[in-house]
Design a protein. Structure first.
Length: 692
């Protein structure tokens, strides 16, 4: 077994696996599948004999549940595709620059068992592990690791063959990842390897279609792809990759777990920090290429907000210096509450269309930033970068900064406060009141809505009986306040859609999961955040309809939460909230994606995410719909701890298998343990690297 594993490592390091036809002769399906558990070997189209059910079930056990399986009948016209026991064909992506032109003309064949002497000698030399004739014994010397392939791998008579797809017709996402330092101790001589490939075998033309799952209308059995959020400080204030070694090995570990990709914040305050229109993409260029190298897709977040002051913020990244200077000159550019407290997380939407930033409007600045990003990363759009999430408020969410944690201003589960008291917002309010024939309503927002940490019944405006929220004035104000937010999203999305049109990427917008006091009539915390959602009104449908007009994805948080886990005296109801949002997106026909609001590594949270992502609504099985993606918070040392990692592997497998998988979690985790054993050195390295 060690000989074969070392051979696989050698081939990976040499990048010879891509575009080469590998023929496994006389090996059991179990041992053949072990080959494909090595990180990077999980993007295959499998064509197998219809009666080889054992092979298919074992594929799931070894982390290949997402492999595209095609059952091929025995009566194939091509005699080369038949054998007494039936053949299974793995089509390997051709991504090796070294062998690209060579493989356009022919594919080559190894024998990994039943070795031909010449090939055996050369491969043995390459791998540093001698493979001798069958003696039925294994060397007791661990240093030599001499092993007999046929002695270890007893097999039925069936064989398995791997053939290369033609160049130019395959997915070019995933080059073979580099080995960890513990695995890649020697670089083989590529000329020796090529010399071993002199017997040609005709390559079968196979088209592998790459598809980014859009959500909405679900492809049956496809499941939900899982992304993982990268650390907020992945790029330093000096525009370099932070903890480069940790990032590299962590991405490699995530790829080995079968995740689809990563989410990466692209901070306005880093890229355009010094001067308007001057963009420094240092750090991000390297990170994007690193993700590409490991075959990971990227959800790039256009982060136009400050980092710091919100739940989970582990670092501080302010807005660009020149923007902060403008705010200092005109404090009303910042959101303001009724007590005059300024919030500097995000520019007030009241100035969206005013040339307040060195002659440009904020919306123009956001558009110019996205355009510069598109131009700089054009070569990765639609391939590595598959989604652009457009930040539209604090924490990147489309909302007002109504519950700021910074300096203890707000604490859970307070109702928050309205943010419409800068002079620009008040100007808009005055115009709206005059248009409604009620000029007296235009001078201020509600003055009886309490303080940040009040509860609904503590206030006249939000109380259940006779509250101002349910009055004629309340309806006017809340309609205006929420519509201003929707219009803000519309303006930025219109710009984003025009910029990224035909770029091959999806656009998404994140909406906050404000679940506390959801069981009350007024839904006060949602109202102060800008979501006009009450017991008598659906506040998420207008947002979903706005996103639908721009073909954008509705990204929602708090997917991992259960009602009974939250304080019941605060009438928290995250499950009911998620269900309402799912119904709204279904009605608006907009794809729904999810995130967990807080770090969770337990099976209980994983099960809730799986249940919520299945979108089983109104007793309907939801066969035609699932979430289009789920983004897991977050890549950190805790994720790579052994117990958490095993549970995470099982979670990813269950998510990707979707509704068709009825296996219990214990069974999935037992299967994952095989894979954990193979990847343990890599995962341990990732955990250790992220600690520093």
């Amino acid at each position: 077994m060690n000989a074969i594993v070392r051979l696989c490592q050698t081939l990976t390091y040499a990048k010879l696996i891509n575009g080469i036809c590998l023929k496994f002769d006389g090996l059991s399906p179990e041992m053949v599948l072990l080959f494909f558990t090595i990180p990077g070997y999980n993007k295959f189209k499998v064509v197998c004999d219809e009666d080889v059910q054992n092979m298919l079930s074992l594929a799931k056990s070894f982390g290949l549940e997402h492999v595209n399986v095609i059952v091929q009948k025995r009566n194939m016209a091509d005699e080369d595709n038949r054998s007494a026991g039936g053949e299974q064909m793995f089509v390997v992506d051709d991504q090796s620059d070294l062998l690209l032109s060579y493989c356009q003309h022919r594919s080559k064949t190894y024998l990994l068992a039943g070795w031909e002497s010449g090939v055996t000698n050369q491969i043995g030399a390459l791998s540093g592990t001698p493979i001798v004739a069958d003696s039925g014994t294994v060397s007791g010397d661990p240093k030599s690791a001499t092993v007999t392939a046929s002695a270890v791998w007893r097999s039925p008579s069936r064989s398995l063959r791997c053939m290369a797809a033609r160049a130019g017709e395959i997915d070019r996402i995933s080059p073979s990842p580099p080995l960890s330092p513990r695995m890649g101790l020697m670089r083989p001589d590529l000329s020796v390897a090529c010399q071993a490939l002199m017997e040609a075998a005709p390559a079968e033309e196979v088209v592998v279609v790459r598809e980014y799952k859009e959500g909405g209308a679900k492809v049956k059995g496809k499941g939900v792809p899982v992304y993982v959020m990268m650390p907020l400080d992945s790029v330093t204030m000096g525009n370099a990759v932070n903890r480069r070694k940790a990032m590299n090995v962590s991405l490699q570990a995530l790829k080995s777990a079968g995740v689809e990709g990563v989410m990466m914040d692209v901070w306005w305050g880093l890229v355009e920090r010094e001067s308007p229109g001057e963009y420094n993409w240092g750090g991000y260029l390297e990170l994007m290429e690193m993700a590409k190298k490991h075959g990971l897709k990227v959800q790039a977040v256009m982060s136009f907000h400050q980092c710091g002051g919100n739940v989970g913020d582990s670092c501080t990244i302010p807005l660009p210096k020149w923007v902060v200077e403008e705010i200092n000159n005109d404090p009303d550019l910042a959101y303001t509450d009724q007590w005059g407290r300024r919030n500097y997380e995000y520019l007030s939407l009241g100035v969206d269309t005013l040339p307040a930033l060195k002659g440009r409007t904020p919306v123009q600045c956001y558009g110019d930033f996205m355009r510069a990003f598109r131009d700089r990363f054009e070569h990765l759009l639609g391939d590595t970068i598959v989604e652009i999430q457009v930040g539209m408020g604090p924490a990147g969410e489309l909302r007002y900064p109504s519950y700021p944690e910074q300096n203890g201003t707000w604490k859970f589960p307070g109702i928050g406060a309205f943010q419409c008291y800068d002079k620009y917002m008040l100007t808009h309010l005055k115009a709206a009141a005059e248009a409604a024939g009620k000029p007296e309503w235009g001078s201020t927002g509600p003055t009886d809505a309490g303080h940040y940490n009040n509860w609904p019944e503590d206030t006249n405006f939000f109380r259940k009986e006779g509250g101002g929220w349910n009055s004629t004035y309340g309806e006017f104000f809340l309609t205006w306040y929420s519509q201003m937010l929707v219009d803000h999203g519309e303006r930025i999305l219109s710009s984003a859609k025009a910029i990224f049109e035909n770029a091959g990427v999806k656009i998404s917008v994140k909406i906050a999961g404000i679940h506390w006091h959801y069981g009350t009539r007024s839904h006060a915390p949602e109202l102060t955040a800008g979501y006009y959602n009450t017991r008598f009104r659906n506040g998420y449908l207008p947002i979903a309809q706005m996103l639908a007009r721009h073909s954008a994805i509705f990204n929602f948080t708090c997917i991992e939460m259960r009602d009974h886990e939250q304080p019941q005296d605060a009438q928290c109801a995250p499950e009911k909230l998620v269900r309402q949002v799912a119904l709204a997106t279904q009605k608006a026909q907009v794809p729904l994606a999810g995130e967990n609001a807080l770090p969770r590594y337990d099976e209980y949270a994983h099960k809730q995410i799986l249940q919520a992502s299945s979108l089983n609504l109104d007793g309907d099985s939801g066969e035609e719909r699932e979430m289009c993606a789920f983004t897991y918070l977050r890549m950190n040392p805790d994720l790579f701890q052994p117990e958490n990692w095993i549970r995470f592997l099982g979670f990813v497998k269950k998510m990707k298998e979707g509704k068709g998988d009825n296996r219990c979690w214990e069974e999935v985790e037992r299967e994952a343990e095989h894979f954990v054993h193979v990847t343990r050195p890599l995962v341990q390295e990732a955990a250790a690297a992220l600690m520093h």
